[in-house]
Design a protein around this ligand. Sequence first.
Ligand code: SAM
Length: 212
Amino acid sequence: MRLRYVDGQYDYVKNHPKGIVEPQDYEYSIREKFKNDNLLHVELGCGKGRFIRGMAANNPGINFLGFEKSIKVAYRCVKCCSDDNVKNYYIVYSNGDVLSEIFPEKSIERIYLNFSDPWPKPSHYKRRLTHKGFLDIYRKVLKDNGEIHMKTDNNDLFEYSVEQFEQDNWDLVLVTRDLHNSEYSEGNIMTEYEEKFSESGKKINKLIARKR
Ligand SMILES: C[S@@+](CC[C@H](N)C(=O)[O-])C[C@H]1O[C@@H](n2cnc3c(N)ncnc32)[C@H](O)[C@@H]1O
């Protein structure tokens, strides 16, 4: 579904207590927003934010940042954040390819990639969030033993990603092609896309890749 452009949505995100724009302006100190030294988890492509809000509410001792590169989506996401009292998350209007310009090396514990855009044409593979170019960025900002948690309904993207992580020497500590019917489903927080796809009968793939 195409989202409508709403006048003033950039300013809305910028001025919202849960919104962050121009994250590079923080000069590597974005985590000071949280006023604590808790672990940091980042989601790239957080959409309307159901996952990150759920994770933050369930894990008050962890800080969460959800990156969303579309202003139309980021606007709708922060609007959904208005009525919660959860303090440990922010929504960042930004492309995830700038992570290493925002975070010091080895400063993030975990990155979530949920139902990332599949970019099916080979000429667009470098836009995939599990392309080697992105893995290099994740490797820089993740702590040793830091993890990527990826979920997708898209089998082609999933098999591609498994291969990318293997070729790039990450440890695949979990690979399931049917998350909801596996032992790993306990505690799973569904994203908006996950709910839609699983209701239509699609199986959900999940992997966890650990930095060596
Ligand atoms: C298919 S939607 C999935 C949304 C949500 N994660 C879910 O599972 O419901 C993918 C989202 O990722 C965003 N996105 C794609 N590439 C991105 C990037 N490089 N950085 C940040 N956001 C990105 C898109 O704008 C879109 O909102």
